[in-house]
Ligand binder design. Structure first.
Ligand code: CP
Length: 310
């Protein structure tokens, strides 16, 4: 069958079978990055444009590497080096980029809705690389791929997502994806960092981290997104780290085979200590490695690759 989607905007839009297909295909794409010559001709002649209007290390680099490993041509634009600084809107920029005939635009933007708008208006594929608090679908896919590699299946896994849920597109995408795949999710956060309506998400919620630690297969720590805080949501970094930080004592409470994840960037000493980030349980760099494989898969599917799932 042919991949049915032009764009990838949100995990919310995908079916369970779509997620399974992506996770299965990512294993083959991961193998390419282990070769001496890390390049295949699959997307030769295709052009991928990266529009990053918000800072990024992992997502931007891994999309660029993913495209290059599939032999696509890439070019990147950031807000600071573009005519955004002269008042041009992102949508005007997008129409101008489209006039140069890209096959795919990968976009990160500080507010929700822009990737979806581009997908409606532009004929090329659009992949959301993170929009405001809305979604970060490729991050959730690489997170689920990392869990599946480790545990074999997502069905029945217990996953705690800890921290600034309110401002986290990573939390939203992971909740949608993990629930579709049969995992159980518990969100752990101070009440002030939980979004309104969280009771409709179909997850458990806890204001305390310690009781959750011994029960979960995955502890996913989130950064407090200070750049998105409009007011004081908690009393300070020290208090936050005492109540919600992952430290050596809490790592010792974990189940024997449980793992630690973090989408990055980390605020060491706030939501996670160096001990925890670098412990044998930490899958943080595996997540980064898997990001390239997932993004290769998504570029392949979005740019017309077919998939055999029947
Ligand atoms: N996880 C993530 O989105 O990291 P970057 O902001 O560095 O891309």
């Amino acid at each position: 069958m042919t991949w049915p989607y032009k764009d990838l905007i949100a995990i919310y839009d995908l079916k369970r079978e779509d997620i399974s297909t992506i996770l299965e295909m990512a294993s083959s794409f991961k193998e390419i990055s282990k070769r001496d010559i890390k390049k295949v001709p699959t997307l030769r002649g295709k052009t991928v444009v990266l529009l990053f209007y918000e800072p990024s290390t992992r997502t931007r680099l891994s999309f660029e590497l993913a495209a290059k490993r599939l032999s696509a041509d890439t070019t990147a634009l950031s807000a600071s080096g573009s005519s955004f600084t002269k008042g041009e809107t992102i949508m005007d920029a997008a129409h101008n980029v489209m006039a140069m005939a890209p096959d795919c635009i990968v976009v990160r933007y500080p507010y929700a809705g822009i990737p979806s708008k581009m997908a409606q208006l532009l004929p090329c594929s659009v992949i959301n690389a993170g929009d405001g608090y809305h979604e970060h679908p490729t991050q959730a896919l690489l997170d689920m791929f990392t869990m599946k590699e480790r545990f074999g299946s997502l069905e029945g896994l217990k996953v705690a997502i800890v921290g600034d849920i309110m401002h986290s597109r990573v939390a939203r995408s992971n909740v949608y994806g993990l629930r579709k795949m049969g995992a159980q999710v518990v969100l752990v956060a101070p009440r002030t960092l939980l979004p309104p309506g969280v009771d409709t998400w179909g997850v458990d919620v806890s204001a305390e981290l310690d009781p959750v630690m011994p029960d979960c297969d995955v502890i996913m720590m989130l950064r407090v997104q200070k750049e998105r805080l409009s007011r004081q949501f908690f009393s300070g970094d020290r208090e936050y780290s005492i109540f919600y930080g992952l430290n050596r004592a809490r790592v010792e409470m974990m189940k024997p085979d449980a793992i630690i994840m973090h989408p990055g960037p980390m605020n060491r000493g706030v939501e996670i200590t160096c001990d925890a980030a670098e412990s044998a349980r930490s899958m943080i760099l595996d997540q980064v490695e898997n990001g390239v494989a997932i993004r290769m898969t998504l570029l392949y599917l979005s740019l017309g690759g077919s998939v055999n799932v029947d």
